[in-house]
Design a protein around this ligand. Structure first.
Ligand SMILES: NC(=O)c1ccc[n+]([C@@H]2O[C@H](COP(=O)([O-])OP(=O)(O)OC[C@H]3O[C@@H](n4cnc5c(N)ncnc54)[C@H](OP(=O)(O)O)[C@@H]3O)[C@@H](O)[C@H]2O)c1
Length: 240
């Protein structure tokens, strides 16, 4: 097994990497200049480091990126700065995910698992989720006003509508945490088919390390994968 981790320098992506290293899984990461990533990770024999920017690769470079891998975890997200939110690339997650999926479909014979880190702010359009009218209205506005919201929506919709559930090369799962918090260890968590609380008016918490742990478990456990492939699991920290 070899896992391509996108966004490995980020707060959740780095936790995914650590979880994979802990399980002795080989990984490939792509990091841009100035990314904050520890020497411990960069020098780890299980980690292959590609220098570059995932949003600036050409078709061939995407094909090289997926070569020898059989799974992808995408934890890309816009930096929380004015430039990160409103500057280019506006569709960082969607474009990178789509390019990776196209590279998989055009080059490899293997069946890939693709796990996308998404958000409870994105609705699962296949199951008619219960949402308050006011919440739908605000999320609709945010989609127009805040580019990362549209980006996350397009990424999830790409998996649901274009990759679908019967793709010959790609199986996928889009994991949806609520408000992210940092924690040093994996704590009990709960996973649901749909939101159980309003992301805007009664948000829950999800530790990044829990998201990372669950995403890696998805890759490692056939049973869990069978349960959640083609779906958009929502993950919350268990409340005390
Ligand atoms: N905040 C929340 O409460 C919340 C809740 C649910 C879901 N989410 C979603 O969770 C995802 C990840 O969150 P996080 O906190 O782990 O993210 P993060 O720490 O900000 O990590 C973002 C990753 O994306 C990379 N990246 C950002 N801009 C880039 C660009 N222009 N080109 C190439 N790479 C770029 C970063 O690389 P560098 O290190 O090089 O910058 C980093 O590896 C996001 O999509 C977010 O929407 C957030």
């Amino acid at each position: 097994m070899k896992v391509l981790v996108l966004g490995a320098s980020g707060a959740t992506g780095s936790q995914v990497l650590l979880q994979l290293i802990k399980r002795k899984v080989e990984t490939r990461i792509i990091v841009r200049d100035g990314a904050n990533i520890s020497d411990e990770i960069l020098k780890n024999d299980l980690v292959e480091v590609v220098r570059g920017n995932v949003s600036e690769l050409n078709e061939q470079e995407y094909c090289d990126l997926v070569k020898e891998c059989d799974s992808v975890v995408c934890c890309l997200g816009h930096n929380i700065t004015f430039k990160g939110i409103f500057g280019k690339p506006r569709l960082l997650v969607y474009n990178s995910l789509r390019n990776v999926c196209e590279a998989i479909m055009s080059t490899t014979e293997k069946r890939f698992k693709v796990v996308l880190m998404n958000t409870v702010a994105c609705e699962n359009i296949e199951i008619k989720e219960k949402r308050l009218f006011a919440e739908r209205a605000v999320l609709w506005l945010l989609k127009g006003l805040i580019p990362p919201q549209l980006d996350n929506l397009k990424a999830a919709t790409y998996l649901q509508k274009e990759i679908c559930r019967n793709n010959e090369k790609i199986e996928w799962s889009a994991v949806r945490p609520d408000s992210l918090i940092d924690s040093s260890e994996v704590m009990p968590y709960e996973v649901y088919e749909s939101i159980t609380r309003s992301p805007l008016f009664n948000p829950g918490k999800t530790s990044r390390i829990n998201v990372a742990f669950f995403m890696v478990e998805l890759l490692m456990s056939d049973e869990l994968w069978t349960q959640w492939k083609g779906r958009m699991p929502v993950i919350y920290n268990r409340e005390e």
